[in-house]
Design a protein around this ligand. Structure first.
Ligand code: DSN
Length: 412
């Protein structure tokens, strides 16, 4: 690559950008050097359509070992027995993984019940602009207007009325603990399958800082299928894993390949295996705990500066701020912060009167900065920078302060 100066220069520029700005994007993180090296390894050269022991190309003996290791580590990390659960590590990312799950388990045109996109759901939970909403029918549920949290009795009513084939729990912009037991009960009452999309939460679940969607404390079984991307709080490469109870695994495997995908990206699978190994280390437990502590401090400090935090706080790695109460839209807030070296994303808030292109809020997450070693004192400082930037202080001056501050927190 050194010979492609143009790309080399751009990668260097992106490295500098990542190093010198505060990353508060809730779905991003910084992978280890080992994960990056696996992604850039010779494994990218190999075709391996099929599954371990049953490939369509020769030369896959080594690759089989890599994929089997990734599967075994995935089960181990979440305490799952290989007799009752399977892990498919081939999905290229979260969207195809969700698509493959519906392909396997919901007849075409069948109903998928998911949280509305503008309340914190995901496009692939059946939104009409996504193929998942064109090939299947979304029955949506919302967030309670007063508490800005899930209203499970409302969910039950919708489920009884609509009789979905599958219910999706797990969101992109919901800061509170999800009651998976209540979701299980609702699914059982209406005879639906329960899919938990724990993409945002996987690292917190792995680190034992968030309830498991697989089973409750007393051992009660919860989700039938759990999907996760691997690059958010789990801190792996961009990819996804589908965990399914044994009775669904064959259908899921067929839906991933040959149903939807072709050759798996073995470099990605090796990098996933490394990240799964890293997440079993005791230090990862500390990391997950610190992520939530950091998010809580950040939310509390911003509330102290009179910013309105949706639902009043957070119990996870992220939260939403309603910026309109201080007279600015989410887009203005995000653009202003970026000029000061603070990177967030604009986000709709529940019952948003504005459009997703220029919504009423921003989403903030603590996973990436916690990876860089930041703790509560740094979060307080960052809250101050966010507040003063949004209230119109000189963004260039703040950007300079931030880049100096970040020299103490190098990228992995
Ligand atoms: N784009 C992801 C997020 O930011 O939450 C979800 O796919």
């Amino acid at each position: 690559m050194a010979s492609d100066r143009q790309i080399q220069k751009l990668i260097q520029e992106e490295t500098n950008r990542q190093a010198s700005t505060l990353n508060l994007i809730a779905s991003e993180n910084y992978v280890s050097r080992d994960v990056r090296e696996a992604l850039g390894s010779v494994l990218t050269n190999k075709y391996a359509e099929g599954y371990p022991g049953a490939r369509y190309y020769g030369g896959n003996a080594v690759v089989d070992e890599i994929e089997k290791l990734a599967q075994a580590r995935a089960l181990k990390l979440f305490g799952l027995s290989k007799n009752t659960w399977s892990a498919n590590v081939q999905p290229y990312s979260g969207s195809p993984a969700n698509f493959a799950i519906y392909l396997a388990l919901v007849p075409m045109g069948g109903k998928i019940m998911g949280l509305e996109l503008n309340m914190g759901g995901h496009l692939t939970h059946g939104h009409r602009v996504s193929a998942t909403g064109k090939l299947w029918k979304q029955v949506s549920y919302g967030i309670d207007k007063d508490t800005e949290t899930l209203d499970y009795s409302q969910l039950l009513k919708i489920a009884h009325r609509e009789k979905p084939k599958l219910i999706v729990a797990g969101f992109t912009a919901y800061s509170r603990v999800i009651d998976f037991k209540k979701f299980r009960k609702i699914a059982d009452e209406v005879g639906a399958l329960l899919l938990v999309d724990m993409s945002h939460l996987a690292g917190l679940v792995a680190g034992k800082s968030y309830p498991s969607p697989f089973s409750a404390k007393g051992g009660q079984a919860l989700a039938d299928v759990v999907m996760t991307t691997t690059h958010k709080t789990l801190r792996g490469p961009r990819a996804a894993i589908i965990f399914s109870k044994k009775q669904f695994s064959e259908k899921i495997d067929k839906a991933v390949f040959p149903g939807l995908q072709g050759g798996p990206h073995i470099n990605q699978i090796a990098a996933t295996a490394i990240a799964l190994g890293e997440a079993t280390a005791p230090s990862f437990k500390k990391y997950a705990k610190q992520v939530i502590k950091n998010a809580k401090v950040l939310a509390k400090e911003l509330a102290y500066f009179n910013w309105r935090i949706i639902s009043g706080g957070t119990e996870s790695h992220l939260f939403l701020i309603d910026t309109t109460i201080c007279g600015i839209s989410g887009k203005q807030a995000s653009d202003t912060l970026e000029a000061a070296g603070i990177i967030v994303n604009k986000n709709t808030i529940p019952y948003d009167a504005r459009s997703p292109k220029d919504p009423s809020g921003i989403r903030i997450g603590a996973a990436a900065l916690t990876t860089r070693g930041m703790r509560e004192p740094e979060m307080k400082r960052i809250a101050g920078w966010i507040d003063t930037t949004l209230r119109g202080q000189n963004s260039k001056k703040i950007a300079k302060e931030i880049s100096i501050f970040l020299k103490k927190f190098p990228l992995p």
